[in-house]
Design a protein around this ligand. Structure first.
Ligand code: 2P0
Length: 329
């Protein structure tokens, strides 16, 4: 194939995702393969747009987020693989923007690295399968492997020494089974311990970590069955259970990973009260203080109403399920 020309560019959009069955723990830190599989839904309301442009005369990759220069170590990891596949030594300028607050526990690394994988491979003129894109995105962030796909996605932990069977697949599209996710912001600009550091600490110190690993396959099988049967109550109960199991693991890590604030806990109770009043709604929480409430699309107003009365809730963002990552331009 011909040499890659300086100026080669492409733009892509990928949506964030929220895990129903969570990823926590790594098999291999270099390949960034997860210790457990995971299942997520992709969110229409939260996305990242990224342009990648290969340029001559750069000494390293540059990463700009909304016009501010950022650390490019993880971005370079993904670009290195693209350069290797394309046979080029050109560095790239990466220009990215989120349509939501970055680093506030809204999974910006998921949408960010999925958009990067699509834009970088596109700029390099590579034609990759969704599976190859998922693997490429995984090298940036484990959860990003799922954001290549819209709707419902399952990440396989895999066992191959080269990480070649550690990728996500789509289970259903959002149109196959529409659900809503109401994102509840309890803290703006939340700074938390990074997931990579937290995962390492949990694996090294929590007595619950072996149980976390042992019970993951059962949760994944149950969630797959709930999705296949379009059984919302089963999906919701399992989502909440798996989330609380993750936080039990986090809480028993030394030093403890306490991601909740007072409003997080109050919002959890509000969701459970709402459910007791007859509205099927279930929460999940990641490595941060925000809540994500799953409900049926027609019940979004009830969830918004119930959560807007909780002290400490700053913002409520309802979302439908989103599409797969795609090229812009
Ligand atoms: C998840 N989280 O499944 C879990 C639940 C947070 C809690 O994936 O180290 O940023 O970059 O692979 O993908 C967040 O971790 O971690 C995450 P890295 P990532 O959504």
């Amino acid at each position: 194939s011909q040499t890659l020309e300086a100026g080669a560019t492409a733009r892509a959009r990928a949506h964030s995702n929220i895990a129903l069955v969570k990823y926590w723990g790594k098999n291999d830190v270099v390949l960034n393969t997860p210790a457990v599989g995971s299942i997520s839904v992709t969110l229409d309301a939260l996305f990242t747009d990224t342009r990648v442009t290969f340029r001559s005369g750069l000494a390293a990759d540059e990463f700009w987020l909304s016009g501010c220069r950022q650390e490019a170590t993880k971005v370079a990891r993904v670009l290195d693989l693209v350069r290797q596949a394309r046979g080029t030594h050109l560095f790239a300028v990466v220009e990215s923007a989120n349509n939501f607050p970055t680093g506030a526990g809204l999974a910006s690394s998921a949408s960010g690295f999925a958009a990067l994988a699509v834009a970088a491979s596109g700029a390099a003129g590579l034609t990759l399968t969704d599976r190859q894109l998922s693997i490429l995105a995984r090298h940036g962030s484990g959860s990003a492997a799922r954001s290549i796909f819209g709707g419902y996605a399952q990440m396989h932990a895999g066992s191959a020494a080269d990480g070649s069977d550690s990728y996500a697949v789509q289970l259903l599209s959002g149109a196959d089974w529409p659900l809503a996710v109401v994102v509840v912001i309890t803290e703006l600009g939340a700074k938390t311990i990074t997931s990579t550091v937290g995962m390492g600490a949990s694996a090294a110190s929590s007595p619950f970590y072996p149980a976390w690993l042992a019970t993951a396959p059962g949760d994944l099988a149950d969630m797959r069955a709930a999705i296949a049967a379009r059984d919302f109550v089963r999906l919701g109960e399992l989502t909440e259970y798996n989330c609380l199991k993750l936080h039990a693991l986090m809480l028993t890590t030394r030093p403890a990973l306490i991601y909740w604030n007072a409003a997080t806990v109050a919002a959890m109770h509000a969701v459970r009260d709402l459910r007791a009043s007859g509205v099927p709604a279930y929460f999940t929480i990641d490595a941060g203080p925000q809540l994500k409430v799953l409900c049926l699309p027609g019940d979004v107003p009830f969830v918004q109403e119930a959560l807007s009365n909780v002290a400490g809730v700053h913002e409520i963002r309802p979302s439908a399920l989103g599409p797969s990552a795609f090229r812009l331009d």
